[in-house]
Write a protein that binds this ligand. Structure first.
Ligand SMILES: *Cc1c(COP(=O)(O)O)cnc(C)c1O
Length: 410
């Protein structure tokens, strides 16, 4: 091992560290969190309006989720799927119920769940539609984000995510997001599925035109292919409904879930579908050592209990609509567009002026944490449990910060 001099400054001015540089975080070091608030090493407090990309929909250290984790820590944490445990089936039944589907395949991270859904669709197409081995195709959308594995980045069009990581996995066709006619044109005899984010998150909270999801549902029904909704970021209350697909009353064939499913405590993801689809995966054909472990499913079961009454979803819809109205009405200088759904919105800056990163940094100086997305966009996704007064505070800070970077002299 080469020993790095620990105090040698890097070109950017930061101290040399041993952490791989696959991220470029804001210069804030957090030490604790509670609800919608986090505290840094200097004792400064910030409103968390990123919520770990929606993994913290129920806030930091939600007392019910922490209690569920504690109870389970004192009983059993891991068995592997070689044996049964007394938590898994209860979790799968509850999640299947929330999705109005038959069954659940548990995994850990979002990318693993997307990979699992891709394998499921290919096997289903092979066995049920007679698609020849190695020929299956899946229709995806431009500017998608589904994770970071080699197969998933193979159908990304983000050069940062993709370039240099080849060779790429074949079997994907990409069409413009929001264009159901393009999907219809891309479907061939080899197509097994359409994989869609009902609202594109990483692309900058892109809400598709009205009727798009219903049109997709019709195209999939007509062609006899699976509609797979990646609701990892858009689901579990974020967009004002249990699932963003609910906004158009659309039921996908397969849900892919993650992020908030683990309550911000553990990684927990899942593929949810009816038996006539999920049954094509048989013992030994797919798995994960940690997938569905009892610590994760104990937390996941409590996450579903938080969502079952529906009031968090309604809160997200009502407070989100109010927030969006206020931000639009503020007519902020240098802002091209404010858009979103539920407690999930994006502020897109006019290009050639201040960057999204500059706005995120200005926000952090004013006590609010958010993250720039693609282009000059900053996305906001506060915990669904954020109080109305904290939301008002957040909106005030966003307005002040946008004005400050538009007119640095003032
Ligand atoms: C975050 C995300 C993923 C990947 O989840 P990881 O847990 O980071 O692997 C996949 N799809 C969407 C829509 C996401 O937002």
């Amino acid at each position: 091992m080469t020993t790095l001099p620990l105090d040698l400054p890097e070109p950017g001015g930061a101290v040399m560290s041993h952490t791989a540089r696959n991220y470029d975080p804001l210069p804030v070091t957090l030490t604790s969190g509670e609800g919608s608030w986090v505290t840094d090493t200097e004792g400064r407090r910030y409103l968390d309006c990123l919520s770990a990309y929606s993994a913290l929909n129920f806030g930091h250290r939600n007392p019910r989720l922490v209690a569920a984790a504690r109870r389970q820590l004192d009983r059993l944490t891991l068995t592997s799927r070689a044996f049964r445990d007394d938590r898994l089936d209860e979790f799968c039944a509850a999640l299947a119920g929330l999705c109005a589907k038959d069954a659940v395949l548990p995994m850990n991270t979002g990318a693993e769940a997307v990979e699992s859904a891709i394998k499921l669709a290919r096997k289903w197409g092979h066995e049920r539609k007679g698609v020849a081995a190695g020929k299956a195709e899946i229709v995806v959308f431009e500017h998608n984000f589904h994770g970071r594995t080699t197969t998933i980045i193979s159908f990304s069009d983000d050069p940062l995510a993709r370039c240099g990581f080849g060779p790429y996995t074949p079997g994907f066709r990409s069409v413009p997001f929001g264009d159901a006619a393009a999907v219809e044109a891309a479907v061939t005899e080899h197509t097994v599925a359409v994989l869609v984010e009902p609202i594109q998150g990483e692309a900058g909270v892109i809400v598709p035109p009205p009727g798009f999801l219903r049109a997709l549902r019709a195209v999939c029904d007509e062609a006899g292919v699976l509609l797979i909704a990646d609701e990892i970021q858009s689901g579990l209350g974020r967009a004002g409904y249990t699932f963003a697909s609910d906004h158009e009353g659309v039921e996908p064939d397969v849900y892919v879930l993650g992020k908030a499913l683990g309550g911000g405590i553990v990684p927990l993801s899942a593929v949810v579908a009816d038996w006539d689809i999920l049954e094509v995966i048989r013992p030994g054909e797919h798995g994960s050592t940690f997938g569905g472990n009892p610590l994760a499913t104990a937390v996941g079961r409590e996450v579903i209990r938080l969502l079952e009454p529906g009031d968090l979803q309604a809160r997200s819809a009502a407070l989100g609509a109010r927030a969006l109205d206020r931000l639009v009405a503020a007519e902020l200088p240098g802002v091209l567009e404010v858009r979103g759904r539920g407690l999930w919105w994006a502020v897109e800056l006019e290009s050639g002026r201040a960057t999204g990163r500059a706005l995120a940094e200005e926000l952090s100086r004013r006590g609010l944490l958010a993250k720039d997305a693609h282009g000059d966009t900053v996305r906001f996704s506060p915990p669904l449990t954020t109080s109305e007064s904290d939301l008002d505070l957040a909106l005030g800070i966003i307005e002040e910060a946008a004005r400050a970077i538009a007119d640095p002299g003032s």
